[in-house]
Ligand binder design. Sequence first.
Ligand code: HEC
Ligand SMILES: [Cu+2]
Length: 348
Amino acid sequence: MRRHPIIQMVAIGAIASAIGIALALWINWFPADAAKQDHPIDTLYDVLLIVSIPIFVLVLTVILYSVWTFRMRPGQENEDGPPIHGNTRLEVFWTAIPAILLVSLCSYAYAVLNDIEKKHDHELVVKVHAIQFAWTFEYPQAGGRSVVSPQLYLPKDKPVRFDIDSADVIHDFWVPAFRVKIDAVPGITTRLRVTPTKLGAFPVVCAELCGLGHAVMRSTAHVMTPAAFGRWLAQKQAPAAGGGGAGGGARQLTQQQLVALGRATFTGDGGCGACHTLAEAGTTGTTGPDLGRVLRGQSENAIRTDIVDPNARITPGYSANIMPPTFGQTLSAQQLDGLVAYLATVSK
Ligand code: HEC
Ligand SMILES: [Cu+2]
């Protein structure tokens, strides 16, 4: 049994490593593959797994084998092993191998980082503003104006540079389908580069515990065709719905259309349902009050103030600074009118 311990250990280790690597590569670790950055990152991850598993198995095999084979037997209570001291060959070996491994893997990881963060000409710049507990995406336009949105819209195959900042605490901007993420730090602007390659809607999350509403600090990244993105931008640039809404601007909506727009904003763009229960809208959030209950009998004006200036009046039993104070800027005037009209109908 103890004739060829090294051969036995190598055999056990090789089999266990093969099983471990097969299992690790079979598991689907990643969400949708939606950006140019994804492939090099996923490959790096696979390579790290393939290298780490045999090392993990080697250490465990040696430990388990030694614990079992060299266990104390009756009568050996006071025995000690042979007094071995120093083995230069072994020490050079176990210093050199890990050093070579680490330097190679670090160089590879550095090359991948360099590649995915490469600057491109004609990048689309999107400013990402984090605040407890909402994301605001700002698209700078000619003439110092900009378009803002609570949801992220991106054209497919166009390199994007995100400039990220925070108004309060540390947040972390992450679109798992794009793999990369970075902290949003008050006082500085951090940068992230992504080239979306797949049409669709992908979750945007906050990856840094930032307070009570952290879990609902979510949005959606919509990757669209460049033409659809151009239309979206043009529509956002059009003057907001004021009185008449001339020409290509927003039309005057009927009361019924306004209520429908409000309901859609509540469950969609505004993300209100993540925090608020409202039976009529079918939402079940519990971070904020059940609006079907607390809004009963309130005037449209009071509801509007609640939405654009949430800290002006705090619902009893709830805390200030949880509902984002940004809806006055990120939602269009028409969406706000819609929300007020909609909430006024359900509060009757
Ligand atoms: C991050 C969680 C969160 C989100 C998102 C959120 N709210 Fe709130 N909301 C709260 C909390 C918490 C309160 C209670 C504290 C306060 O009054 O500010 C509240 C209060 C309110 C109130 C006042 C209720 C009362 O007592 O009269 C209204 C109205 C309201 N929210 C509407 C909305 C609408 C509309 C949206 C979407 C545009 C929205 N909320 C999005 C958390 C949220
Ligand atoms: Cu956050």
